[in-house]
Ligand binder design. Structure first.
Ligand code: CO
Length: 137
């Protein structure tokens, strides 16, 4: 597959409001967007460093996978997202290499990206997201 860079790191937080001062005041990054992704029952906040983003993920429901993640493992790094110019091809490559897919086909994620996840059981425990920016193709 053709990956170009780390698009973002997803970090599970109980509260974006409580987490942001560390990223903004201590690290000096700037939050440029807060968005709710109803589909995934999360609120997301984005900060940028170089061409890579930090995506803070706050659960909006106990049913959210992020709520379950925090209940099981506490706050912290939740996933790594790689940018690709073709998420459909990347998924096919992964499946062809025996990687278990969470998403057989891409869906819409935050910021209008086409995204799909690979299962951490196939990736050494790292929940892995592939994303394609439809505005950059
Ligand atoms: Co993500």
């Amino acid at each position: 597959m053709n990956l170009t860079h780390i698009e973002h790191l997803g970090i599970a937080v109980k509260s974006i409001e409580a987490a942001l001062p560390y990223y903004e005041k201590v690290l000096g990054l700037k939050c440029y967007n807060i968005e709710e992704v109803a589909d995934q029952k999360v609120k997301t906040a984005f900060l940028k460093i170089g061409q890579t983003k930090i995506e803070l993920l706050e659960p909006t429901s106990e049913e959210s996978t992020i709520a379950k993640f925090i209940a099981n493992r506490g706050e912290g790094i939740h996933h790594i997202a790689f940018a690709t110019d073709n998420v459909v091809d990347a998924l096919a490559d992964a499946a062809g290499n025996g990687i278990r897919l969470i998403d057989a086909a891409p869906r819409k994620g935050a910021e209008g990206l086409n995204i799909a996840f690979l299962h951490p059981k196939s990736t050494g425990g790292v929940l892995t997201e592939l994303c394609e920016d439809p505005n950059k193709i």
